[in-house]
Ligand binder design. Structure first.
Ligand SMILES: Cc1cc2nc3c(=O)[nH]c(=O)nc-3n(C[C@H](O)[C@H](O)[C@H](O)COP(=O)(O)OP(=O)(O)OC[C@H]3O[C@@H](n4cnc5c(N)ncnc54)[C@H](O)[C@@H]3O)c2cc1C
Length: 329
């Protein structure tokens, strides 16, 4: 049974036969995401999280195989809250790179690790061929209300970015998180933006935003970021809604507003999973079309380890010539 752990790679089923993948030029081999972004081609990326159960691991295997066929510019794997699933993150990222040839970025947080431990993790990542890292402060572990600094560790993502730049700057391309509707812990958008500028100046090459449902939040944020002197690409993060209760929970925790009309329509369909999914795909597709036709550098999909909605959106974008290339089977 395919199960994602750090042991026994020989018994694992590959995510997808390499024969079915025709790599996009520039996505196989050494690839810093900043170089891909500099090419001007829209970057389409998918985010996964490490599974907690065997069933969830199987689901992720299927999702990665199905989404690999779309030849994303890169994929990313989150670092579990509290660093709980760090082995799995390292393992999944390495396997995606090795088995599909698709660029895979590891998220890395400051939670529960001092600088020596983080240095050791960075060595493991670079030894495994990882070339892109999303440097984050991180969410606190489950059951803990607030972030606490590990002894000898880092308080802010900017400190982590600074550390990585100094120790692994030549070997790693660095991304960071940005919040169009501001980070929930920061009371003032201008202060949050100053903090973001500090983080970017610590050595970030690109930003990926928190999810949002109204594109005006993204465009206004990009404008404010440019005025503040932030010049690096800002990739919008999009979540296709597939479950009403789940998205309501997510928006509460991350501070993104669900627009009234979208929330009401979602509520009306709440007991019909197909109808919720159709609305989610339609809304996210219209967001992506607007973003890509008006100059966003790409779209990062929060897939929640499911492929169906993301594939539908991708198909629509491909028909419009906004994403993808032919896959030869
Ligand atoms: C694209 C994306 C991917 C993510 N992936 C993960 C993941 O894999 N694992 C995970 O646990 N979480 C993840 N998160 C969530 C993220 O860890 C949380 O949102 C966390 O609360 C903040 O992380 P950060 O890196 O943005 O922190 P920071 O940039 O450090 O900001 C955190 C807070 O501190 C403030 N701040 C920053 N610098 C200073 C300063 N010098 N002085 C005073 N205040 C300051 C900021 O304004 C903000 O309010 C992700 C978020 C995004 C958008």
């Amino acid at each position: 049974m395919p199960h994602i752990t750090s042991a026994a790679p020989a018994t694992r089923k590959p995510f997808l036969s390499m024969a079915t993948i025709v790599p996009r030029t520039g996505t196989i081999g050494v690839m810093f995401i900043r170089d891909f972004l500099a090419s001007g081609r829209p970057s389409i990326s998918f985010e996964f999280f490490p599974p907690k159960t065997d069933d969830a691991a199987l689901q992720l295997e299927r999702t990665i195989a199905e989404l690999s066929e779309l030849e994303p510019s890169f994929v990313s794997v989150t670092w579990g809250a509290g660093g709980s699933t760090r082995e799995k993150t390292i393992d999944i990222v390495s396997r995606i790179k090795r088995e599909t040839g698709i660029e895979a970025m590891a998220h890395l947080t400051c939670v529960g690790a001092n600088r020596e431990e983080i240095g050791a993790i960075l060595e493991r990542l670079t030894d495994a061929g990882v070339e892109n890292v999303l440097a984050l402060r991180g969410d606190p572990p489950k059951g803990q209300a607030a972030f606490t600094v590990a002894e000898g560790g880092f308080r802010y993502a900017s400190e982590l970015a600074d550390f990585i730049s100094q120790t692994h700057g030549g070997r790693l391309c660095l991304g960071g998180a940005a919040y169009p509707e501001k980070h929930p812990e920061c009371g003032n958008p201008a202060v949050d933006l100053n903090n973001l500028k500090r983080k970017v100046d610590a050595g970030l090459d690109f930003l990926i935003t928190q999810l949002f449902f109204e594109n005006r939040h993204y465009w206004e944020f990009v404008e404010r970021a440019r005025s503040a002197g932030i010049r690096i690409p800002i990739i919008p993060g999009i979540i296709p809604i597939t479950n009403a209760a789940q998205v309501e929970r997510l928006t509460l925790s991350c501070g993104a507003l669900l627009p009234f009309k979208l929330g009401a329509e979602l509520d009306r369909r709440r007991n019909d999973p197909n109808a919720v999914m159709q609305l989610g795909v339609a809304h996210a597709t219209s967001q992506c079309i607007d973003l890509l036709t008006h100059g966003a550098p790409g779209v990062h999909f929060y897939t929640l380890n499911r492929s169906s909605a993301t594939r539908d959106i991708f198909s629509a974008l491909r028909v419009m010539g906004l994403a993808g290339q032919e896959v030869q089977v």
